[in-house]
Design a protein around this ligand. Structure first.
Ligand code: CAA
Length: 257
């Protein structure tokens, strides 16, 4: 892979996926997004991995979709743009994902961070959907995910003005989990991931699926889906282990089975 680096073994059960197109502030061209989708799908199948962290470099998580790649495309080409398939593959990852953000997190970059389940940001991070300044609108979920994350009024403000917000503002608006001092975002993401890796992996995946139903369904359907997921976990060895360990006053040993 040219634009994506996968690191394993930094901490048990955690994979770190690094966007690596620094000269263009990690602008998301079709190749990068395809490589990212492949890397994430492989990690989703890897039994040694329980949590995936996605990061960029200190200057940029990603400054958006690649404007140079899109500039001459027409509407039909955009509809058939193969990035679309990669984005829907990324959306379907079952394991929990954490975006560790430093620097610019804009346009498609902000949409990518929002596709992750949690976001940790360094103090120097900046978030925004500046597409309006290019005469377009977000095309990889920004109007939907940002609105669900921060509400209509604030999403309107960000998307209609294209202005950037600081990590502190993003935290107070509920877009991200928390802000940490510059340079500490990876450490904090690893700490958070470490807490999740101690839990029963299937329960973690079913919890993620159930939470995401909130955005896909009406309450009644969401509650049904949650009930099914919650019941299915009673078919796992980890449920027996977790409950027996509690009763026997010891730490559970989860196997992801
Ligand atoms: N696409 C392609 N190239 C990009 C890029 C992008 N989104 N963002 C930055 N780059 C390139 C620049 O062209 C520049 O390349 P050259 O050295 O070859 O000129 C290099 O990265 C460094 O960028 P700057 O010199 O502009 O760096 P800066 O520090 O002065 O400014 C910035 C940083 C404010 C982020 C500025 O680069 C910028 O405004 N970038 C574009 C942000 C944007 O509009 N993003 C939305 C894209 S559209 C989209 O994402 C659609 C969607 O919904 C999927």
């Amino acid at each position: 892979m040219e634009f994506v680096i996968v690191h394993k073994g930094i901490k048990p059960y955690i994979a770190l996926v690094e966007l690596n197109r620094p000269g263009e502030l990690n602008a998301l061209n079709a190749q990068l997004v395809a490589e990212l989708a492949t890397a994430l799908q492989e990690l989703d199948q890897d039994e040694a991995i329980r949590v995936i962290i996605l990061t960029g470099n200190n200057k940029a998580f990603a400054a958006g979709a690649d404007i140079k790649e899109m500039v001459d495309k027409n509407a039909v080409e955009m509809l058939q743009y193969k990035q679309k398939d990669s984005w829907s593959q990324i959306r379907k990852i079952r394991k929990p994902t954490i975006a560790a953000v430093s620097g610019y997190c804009l346009g498609g970059g902000c949409e990518l961070a929002m596709t992750c389940d949690m976001i940790i940001a360094a103090e120097n991070a900046q978030f925004g959907q500046p597409e309006i300044k290019l005469g377009i609108i977000p095309g990889a979920g920004g109007t939907q995910r940002l609105t669900r994350a921060i509400g209509k009024a604030k999403a309107m403000e960000l998307i209609l003005t294209g202005r950037f917000i600081s990590a502190r503002e993003a935290e107070s608006w509920g877009l991200i989990n928390r802000v940490v001092p510059a340079g500490m975002h990876l450490e904090e993401a690893l700490r958070l991931a470490g807490l999740i890796t101690q839990q029963a992996p299937l329960a973690v995946q079913f919890a993620k699926d159930s939470i995401n139903q909130t955005f896909e369904t009406y309450l009644e359907e969401g509650l049904d889906a949650e009930r099914k997921n919650a019941s299915l976990l009673f078919a796992t060895e980890d449920q027996k282990e977790g409950m027996r360990a509690f009763i026997e006053k010891r730490k559970p040993v989860f196997k992801g089975k």
